[in-house]
Design a protein around this ligand. Sequence first.
Ligand SMILES: [Mg+2]
Ligand SMILES: [Zn+2]
Length: 216
Amino acid sequence: MIPAVFIDKDGTLIEDVPYNVDPTKIKLSPGAIEGLLSLQEAGYKLIVITNQSGVAHGYFQESALFAVEERLRQLLAAEGVYLTGFYYCPHHPDGVVPEFAIACNCRKPAPGLLLRATSEHNIDLRSSWFVGDILNDVEAGLCVGCKTILLDNGNETEWDLSPMRTPGFIVTDLVEAAQVILSVDIGMTSRRPQTVNLGLHNQSLATQAINSQFFT
Ligand SMILES: [Mg+2]
Ligand SMILES: [Zn+2]
């Protein structure tokens, strides 16, 4: 079985443009290539896990997501980064497109996409990670036994840090996320991430407690 890093798309892997499916507006997040290359070289499968409720809301067709996936794969492959999988949830319980307006088991924080990816790619969840920019990503990862990292880029606003929504680590970009993963799993980085920018978006003691487990 193989370790994976599951990665949220909007606001994590790419810059967040709400409900965008225009391939020309897809821009990788700062540090995405550097971070993902180091993870790939260390043997992790890279798998995108994304909620795409715009399908259920009728903002775009499900088929528009094929072009999104294609563009994303192009941008990454141009720098030598290869995605093992791209999984999306097209549903939303309040959607207007009947086919997709359901309470599914794959919209994060539900774990359906993670479980599907795991069985299709022989992933070892216990040695895998979920990296996302909101606590729904963290909850999805935790409920299947992954370690979790939150990118604190301002996209989470509610900070419901209940036990099943408390990330293992909080960082600012995918370079730092990769450094944490490699440090924790295999001690591959000789130095710890220099900054965690505690309190950039969130001053809570919980955040500091989370990071102090690692950065002291
Ligand atoms: Mg996101
Ligand atoms: Zn779904």
